[in-house]
Design a protein around this ligand. Sequence first.
Ligand code: SF4
Length: 439
Amino acid sequence: MDGQKLLYIETFGCQMNVSDSEKIATLLQECDYHPTSDVSRANLIILNTCSVRAKAEQKVYHYLDRFKRAKREKQQLLLAVGGCVAQQEGERLLERVPWLDLVFGTHNLHLLPEMVRAAERGERRAEVRFIDNDIRLDLFPRGDEGRGISRFVTVMQGCDNFCSYCIVPYVRGREISRRSTEVIAEIRSAVATGTKEVTLLGQNVNSYGLKSQDEVSYPQLLREISAIDGLERIRFTTSHPKDISPELIACFAELPKVCGHIHLPAQAGSDRVLARMNRGYTRAQYLEKVAALKAARSDILITGDMIVGFPGETEDDFCETLSLMEEVRYADLFSFAYSVRPGTSAAALADDISRIEKQERLSRLQALQRTLTLECNRRFVGTVLRVLVEGPSKRGDQLFGRTDGNRGVNFTADRSIIGSMVDVRIVRAFQNSLLGELS
Ligand code: SF4
C-alpha cells in the first residue's frame, strides 16, 4: 500500500514480551504503522528486549550497532528499544547510542504512539517511569480477525517475590492485577474473532487479585473465563509453587476447559538452595502440590524451570535436583546455568561454581530430561488425543496442533480444518513432537 509505514519488531525473551509486541503492533496502527517481517523495508524498528539472561545489555548494544548504517542510509528510519533492558538502562541507552530515537520501559507501552509522533518530528525520548495503576494493562491487540486461534491475554504483571537471582521485580515492578471485567471483555472479543484458546499471562498468575479487595480470586477468574461460550481451552503461566492454592488445584478437576498442563518452576531440588534462592517453599511442599495436582487431574503434564550452579550448590544439592525431576517426571524443562544479574540479592553471593562444573551439571540434567520427555511422549502412542489445529507444520506438508497437555502433534489433513478441534491417533513419538493421523 502506498504511503504505508512499516514496523519491524524483534522480540527477545518470554511470552510476556511476545504479548507486549502484539500490543505494540496494535497501538502503532493509530500512527499508520503496519507490521513487516522484512527489516530492510521498515520505517520503524523496535527491539523488545529481555534482561533475564546474562549479557543482555551487550546483546542489545550489539544489535543497535548493526542498525547504525541503516539509519545513515535511510533518513526517516526510526529506532526504538523497549522491554526489560530499556527499563534498566533508560536514558543511558540514548546517551550511549546517538542514532537511537526512543527508549520505553515495561510500564510505558501506552505512551508509544505519542513518542513515535514526537520522534517523527525529530525528538529523542526515554520513558521508563513505573506506573502504579492497572490502566496500562488494558491495552490489548484488537481487530486482527482470523489470526489468533490461540492468544495470550495479560492478567497481571510484575512480581513481589524477589527470588534472589531474578531481575524481574526490578524491571517489571510490583505485582498489579488487571481488572477481571477487562480480562473477560478481551477474551470475549477475541473469541468473537475466532480465538479458541487463551493463555493467561503474568509473572505469577496465582497471586492474581490478592492485593485488591474488590477483585475476584484467580480460581474465580478461571471459572468466569470458563463460562465464555465458544472458548475451548484455557492455559496460564507462570505459576509460583508457593501460591498455588487448593481452590486453584480444584479448577483442574472441575473445569474441563482448563488444560491438563501446568508450568510449575521448581528451580532447584535441595532445600538449602531453595532457601538461598528465596523461593518460599521446601522440596516437600513442592512435591505436595505436585501430588495434589496429579490427584485432581491424573493426566496432568508438568513442566518447569531449573537453575544449576547457583552459588554454594554442592554435588549433593545438584543430585537432589535430579531426584526431584525423577519424582515429578517433568514433560519438559527449561534449564539454565546460573549467571549473576547485577542488582539482585544473589549478586552479593560468591559465584563459586566454575563455568565447566555448571556446564557439566547442565549436561547431566538435560540428558535426564531428554529421557523423561521421550518417556512422556511415548505414553501417547496408540491413544487418541484432542488437538487444536494451529496451522501448517514447520515442514509445511502437514498440519500442526497441540494437545490439551501442550504436546505438539504433526499430522496430514486438509488445511480447511485449521482452527478446529479434531481427534488425532498418535502413531509415533519423537523427542520434541508427536506424529499422528486423523482419527
Ligand atoms: S517469582 Fe521469582 S523468578 Fe518468578 S518473576 Fe518473581 S522474582 Fe522472578
